[in-house]
Write a protein that binds this ligand. Structure first.
Ligand SMILES: [Zn+2]
Length: 509
């Protein structure tokens, strides 16, 4: 089997994955800024890194998975300028900032959980790590790579660049960054305080109206967005850890700044061994944006609450899609390629999803029966074993879930043959049959994390059964009547004959 290779954004090449302290693996994934509902662009990294985590666990590693909650400091401009996103939303909804944080954290957990994403081992919040952020800021000041100005502390990009390299992750050239920011410089508030337009805030002085504020050696203020991820990843994973993930849009400035902060605080020590970035999400070939009205929230996709997406002459969506269809859709594309959401593509995925689930259900029911007359079909046995090898190879090649799914799809064809001709099961050995069963379930359910979405049609199913019950009663088929009663009883439901007809109730004892 090939070793696991990962494309490292920092070195711009695929590298064999070797953890710093095996069997332990530390992963940090930038989590949500909780000021609004999660959209499909937030769903992608959550699912991709969930599969990475599951796969590493399967390989025997002890994984510590950290995904933060940004609940302060993420300003409207990612360059640390403008209003705090959470404070702004709090004003809009006339709530306390912490009510906004609570509301959208719960809603994030709900939709991401429905996508089958496991909860992180540690889920630190920025407001819970103010002390750590102040400590790192002090270290950077001591190293002479930051400066204080009117109660704010800024990272000195120029001074840093003379010692280390600023731009090593994103490939941005510092001279261009400084020159290019000239226009902005005159227009943005707070820029005058900076020595250089490329500098970014580690700590911001809080204006009198700013609610989220803490004491610091520089007066009352709040931390910058980039410093929180450095503080929290260092605290839970160490000064150097294995994998840092996130969307490609975060590589600059957010992750570039994380590297600079960590190196400045820790004598040039590289904080992360493998940087992994997933590519962007588009909708019908276009970038998602509020102005285009094509932002698809996960909750709307699952439940159809935002009618605008489903109405009008050319609606973006013709129907809702279940969370597991969306999970499969995300995994059908390798994470470094762009993924394009469209109604047609989702419909195709839904078809594939049903094919997969039907094969899975059939496989779980299937039992081995010895084939007496003939010898085993060695070629078929061989094929099944190679098919699974290919799934491993796909995942080992920079987590190519797209190729892994194609291979698994080929295997469903073999499963279907067995379903349609159960006699054929005996053409392979019991050992190969067990392998087929275990490996398919392992890859599909455990590693890719795709489960069966149970149909929500309980009401229709029970109505149809009640009808049969009434017919049986009218025809005096009492055996059938009793059997249906007993079946309902098994699932905690009692049938009631009332003068309004037959109805059901929860069994109370
Ligand atoms: Zn981050």
């Amino acid at each position: 089997m090939n070793p696991l290779v990962i494309y490292n954004t920092l070195t711009r090449k695929k590298e064999i994955f070797e953890p710093l302290n095996p069997p332990f693996v530390g992963i940090y994934l930038c989590g949500p800024t909780v000021y609004g509902d999660a959209h499909i662009g937030n769903g992608r990294p959550a699912v991709i890194f969930d599969v990475l985590r599951r796969y590493l666990k399967h390989k025997g590693y002890k994984v510590r998975f950290v995904r933060n909650i940004t609940d302060v400091g993420h300003l409207l401009g990612d360059t640390n300028e403008g209003e705090d996103r959470i404070t702004k939303q709090a004003k809009l909804e006339q709530l306390e900032p912490m009510e906004i944080v609570q509301r959208y954290t719960i809603r994030y957990h709900d939709v991401i959980g429905r996508l089958g994403v496991m909860r992180p081992d540690v889920e630190p919040t920025a407001t819970g790590h103010i002390v750590e952020q102040i400590e790192i800021t002090k270290k950077i000041l001591e190293a002479g790579l930051a400066y204080e100005m009117n109660g704010s502390v800024y990272f000195d990009v120029n001074a840093y660049h003379q010692k280390y390299t600023y731009g090593e992750l994103s490939g941005r050239v510092i001279e261009e960054l400084i020159a290019g920011a000239g226009e902005e410089r005159r227009t943005l508030e707070g820029q005058d305080e900076k020595r250089n337009s490329a500098d970014f805030a580690l700590w911001k002085k809080a204006q009198p109206e700013h609610i989220m504020r803490w004491n610091s050696p520089w007066g009352e203020g709040f931390p910058g967005w980039h410093i929180e991820c450095t503080a929290m990843s260092t605290k839970y994973l160490g000064e150097t850890f294995d994998i840092h993930g996130g969307g490609m849009d975060l590589s600059f400035p957010h992750h570039e700044c994380e590297i600079a902060q960590a190196k400045a605080a820790n004598h040039g020590k590289q904080p992360v061994r493998y940087w992994m970035h997933n590519n962007m999400v588009t909708v019908n070939g276009q970038k998602m944006s509020k102005s285009l009205g094509n932002v698809i929230n996960l909750g709307d996709l699952f439940d159809g609450d935002n009618k605008e997406l489903f109405e009008g002459e050319n609606p973006i969506l013709s129907q809702t899609y279940s969370p597991m269809v969306i999970r499969l859709f995300i995994l059908q594309v390798q994470y470094r390629s762009t993924i394009d959401f469209s109604d047609k593509a989702l419909k195709d995925t839904q078809k594939n999803y049903f094919k997969f689930i039907n094969a899975l259900k059939g496989l779980k029911r299937m039992e081995y029966t010895e084939f007496v007359a003939e010898k085993h079909d060695k070629k078929l046995e061989e094929e099944i074993l190679t098919d699974f090898e290919k799934v491993y190879d796909a995942l080992n090649d920079d987590l190519n879930t797209a190729l892994a799914l194609t291979q698994l799809f080929n295997i469903t064809k073999k499963i279907n043959t067995f379903q349609n001709n159960p006699d054929k099961i005996g053409t392979i050995s019991k050992e190969t049959f067990e392998k087929l069963k275990n490996q398919f379930i392992l890859f599909f359910e455990e590693i890719l994390g795709i489960q069966e979405d149970k149909p929500h049609a309980f009401d229709e199913l029970s109505a149809s059964l009640l009808k049969t019950y009434q017919e049986a009663k009218a025809n005096k088929q009492y055996d059938k009547v009793d059997a249906i009663r007993a079946d309902f009883k098994k699932v905690g439901i009692t049938l009631k004959d009332t003068k309004f007809g037959v109805d059901w109730a929860y069994t109370e004892e």
